[in-house]
Write a protein that binds this ligand. Structure first.
Ligand SMILES: [Zn+2]
Length: 542
């Protein structure tokens, strides 16, 4: 519902009263109703219930990954669990929700086991409802539904699936014309129904490999939400929460909100009270058109704590506020059960991490020569060009994080070389655009030499700008500025990363496998022991 500002102010003072009462532990939330009834002298506490929604988005299976925020360690599933359980103890009317990308682009401890450990983690915490992000589609609809509903995978055997429902109002089965999952679920808290609607970025087909979204279409988010709201209202539901895998961002104080979710919020029925956003891994805590919008970064480095006051008589939300809480490790003890759980899966994946992919004849180094070429850069660019079957491939040097040492090469070593799980993107660029792209390597503050495959070129250090001189095709002919060529880049570059803005102009985009998988498959099909060397693909003239 939409609140007038007057009403909000009234309920704020009512909230303060409620807080005072519950701190006196007369009406500790979650106690059986009959206790409350004994105390009906205070009609406020009986009439209103406080509901806490704890939400995460874009967790990406980061079960065992510690990150850094302002010099302090954050994240890891056992710390996140400790924070969520701590908040749950403060209000027993708590529901746990997630807004998509819980899985996909995950840590090996989860990725190598089809992300089953991440779903199991959410089960263990008692999640109540989730929705689909774009990454849930990474391995196709069937595998996504197996992970949710349970089933057998050749690699991992039987998995029981998620213990909680997934909702999705705008992912439609092409065959049946109906949503592939329930558009919404209704959760009852102390007899009051709360509706949860799910939607996923309608742009998903343009950022997921085509096989991932085969058989489904994505419809307009706002229209799908409004349709579900109508049904919920008919069922007497007035407290409505949307889980949306759509981006949004705001300042810490809630000002300057922007992004797709802001537009969606303005378009949807005012009966919607709260929207959990996701996808761009940002901070969002703002009110738009009477709806409270939140997002809590990503990777379990934070979570959203939304506090609702619901009027039992009208069944509607009368007050709401949110806090985005960072999961600093130095402020809490990790949950011991989850620590054990992570240890168990780390032990389970260690044979895969130690699996030998090939044997390197020599150490293949990421170190560039004076011209800007490296042996490992060549190997990776060749792997990407082969995987996507394009004329050329370009790899950002910053994405190569370690050398391949001489001798047996394990999966874990290659993961350390390419740890970002970027998907490969195929696109079309003209010869002229490729020249412009190569000239973007010399930026005012930094030079970044792209590692290349399928072409060679010369450049002149003495030129102040536009240093590229001649670009050659494998047959020795010069690149035709007017011809179109197919090109592979990883998703980071394809989005214009490192200021290589030319990639954003690429046409006929198509998303392929994760970069690491492309490298593994390429090495596996090379004659062993394999090698890669500097070949003069890039030549500095002066
Ligand atoms: Zn996403």
């Amino acid at each position: 519902m939409k609140l007038s500002s007057k009403l909000v102010k009234t309920t704020v003072s009512a909230l303060a009263l409620s807080a005072a009462l519950s701190s006196a532990s007369v009406f500790a939330a979650g106690q059986p109703d009959h206790l409350g009834k004994k105390q009906q002298t205070n009609s406020y506490s009986y009439r209103y219930i406080d509901v806490q929604l704890l939400g995460i988005n874009d967790f990406h299976g980061q079960l065992d990954v510690t990150r850094n925020v302002g010099g302090r360690a954050v994240g890891r599933a056992d710390y996140l669990a400790a924070y969520l359980k701590q908040r749950e103890r403060e209000n027993k009317n708590t529901l746990l929700v997630h807004a998509g990308d819980a899985v996909g682009a995950s840590s090996p401890v989860s990725a190598l086991l089809q992300d089953e450990p991440t779903i199991e983690f959410l089960n263990k915490l008692g999640f109540d409802v989730g929705t689909l992000g774009n990454h849930e589609f990474d391995e196709g609809v069937d595998e996504m539904l197996r992970l949710i509903n349970g089933g057998t995978h050749p690699k991992t055997g039987y998995f029981r699936g998620a213990d909680f429902p997934y909702v999705s109002a705008n992912v439609i089965d092409k065959k049946t014309g109906k949503p592939i999952l329930p558009p919404y679920v209704i959760k009852k808290v102390k007899g009051v129904p709360i509706g949860f609607i799910g939607v996923t970025l309608s742009d998903t087909p343009s950022i997921v490999t085509p096989s991932g979204v085969a058989g489904v279409t994505f419809t307009d988010e706002a229209e799908a939400i409004n349709k579900a709201v109508k049904q919920l209202k008919r069922l007497g539901v007035r407290a409505i929460v949307v889980l949306a895998h759509n981006p949004g961002v705001s300042n810490k104080d809630g000002s300057n909100e922007s992004g797709e979710i802001v537009d969606i919020a303005k378009k949807v029925d005012d009966e919607v009270d709260v929207i959990f956003a996701g996808h761009n891994h940002a901070y969002l805590n703002a009110e738009v058109d009477g709806k409270l919008l939140v997002q809590s970064y990503s990777y379990g480095t934070a979570f959203s704590d939304v506090d609702l006051t619901i009027d039992r008589r009208t069944k509607d939300v009368v007050a709401k506020k949110a806090e985005i809480v960072t999961t600093y490790q130095d402020s809490i003890k990790p949950d011991p059960k989850i620590t054990k759980f992570i240890d168990k899966y780390e032990a389970k994946v260690s044979p895969i991490i130690n699996q030998v992919i090939g044997t390197a004849k020599t150490t293949i180094s990421a170190e560039q020569n004076a011209s800007g070429e490296s042996a490992l850069g060549n190997l990776i660019a060749d792997a990407q060009r082969t995987a996507m079957k394009t004329d050329f491939a370009f790899m950002n040097p910053g994405g190569i994080r370690a050398n391949i040492e001489q001798g047996e090469v394990t999966w874990g070593e290659l993961y350390n070389v390419q740890p970002f799980s970027n998907q490969l993107v195929k696109m079309t660029l003209t010869g002229e655009q490729i020249r412009k792209l190569l000239n973007q390597q010399w930026q005012s503050n930094q030079t970044r030499m792209l590692q290349i495959s399928g072409l060679t070129y010369t450049w002149d250090t003495s030129k102040p700008i536009d240093k590229v001189v001649d670009i050659y095709l494998p047959n020795g002919a010069k690149l035709d500025p007017n011809a179109e060529y197919t090109v592979t880049a990883n998703s980071f570059l394809a989005d214009g990363g490192d200021n290589f803005t030319v990639f954003t102009e690429g046409k006929n985009r198509e998303v392929g496998p994760v970069d690491l998988d492309a490298l593994i498959h390429y090495i596996q099909q090379l004659p062993q022991p394999f090698d890669a060397r500097i070949e003069g693909r890039i030549q500095q003239l002066r």
